[in-house]
Design a protein around this ligand. Structure first.
Ligand code: SAM
Length: 203
């Protein structure tokens, strides 16, 4: 069985570890393991998203999604920044689903739910006000396009998404493709070879 970070059941033996990370100025003790994305700390692209993405004002009770949550750095950041809203971390890798659940609980963040993207409950998440994602580029262009159009199509009419994509993995062509497919996308900024894209739904 192949053992990509995006396998639903990674084949590699688990190697649980605890790391300390700082996310948007807050310190967290989190668990990670092998067979997942960036187990040693905050990924460079994720760091760029955290640095560049604005934190729009949201009404209490807003719906926030972290698409492809991994061990949960973006879920933790969003849940902490928006304590009156609900954050759903979505992934397909069963190890990440367990880790994000545990890491949010350890951080005392009660406004987090973690959902398997392949389950029906994921499709029930609609009217998303804010979506953040360091998307799984390595699943391939067609699968990525399908994943993004599915979730961006669940944005509320006034919703907004911020994605981080490596420039040499096609951030600019992805921005053009999204714009052409009903999701006007602008390039918000770039740093260290990563581009942050702001995506909305066409009206
Ligand atoms: C680039 S990693 C980002 C992880 C985490 N957000 C971070 O910043 O460290 C992308 C994540 O997307 C997940 N993923 C892959 N296919 C997916 C799908 N169809 N739906 C949701 N998540 C998926 C992968 O398992 C992986 O955890």
């Amino acid at each position: 069985m192949s053992d990509h970070y995006f396998s639903s059941q990674p084949a590699s033996k688990e190697s649980p570890r605890e790391i300390h990370v700082s996310i948007l100025g807050e310190d967290y003790r989190v668990k990670t393991t092998s067979g997942i994305f960036s187990p040693h700390g905050i990924d460079k692209g994720t760091a760029v998203l955290l640095h560049k993405a604005p934190l729009p004002e949201l009404d209490p009770g807003s719906t926030i999604v972290d698409l492809g949550c991994g061990w949960g750095p973006l879920t933790l950041a969003l849940a902490s920044q928006y304590p009156d809203s609900h954050v759903t971390g979505v992934d397909v890798n069963e190890r990440t689903l367990a880790l994000t659940t545990e890491n949010a609980a350890t951080a005392g963040l009660a406004n987090v739910t973690v959902v398997d993207a392949t389950e029906e409950s994921a499709a029930a998440i609609t009217d998303i006000d804010l979506l953040w994602s360091n998307p799984p580029i390595r699943i391939g262009k067609q699968a990525l396009h399908e994943l993004l159009t599915t979730w961006l199509g669940r944005l509320a009419p006034t919703g907004v998404a911020y994605l981080v994509v490596q420039r040499n993995l096609g951030s600019d062509s992805l921005a053009g493709w999204l714009t052409d497919h009903g999701f006007p996308t602008s390039k918000l900024g770039s740093q260290k070879g990563f581009r942050v894209l702001e995506v909305r739904r066409a009206h």
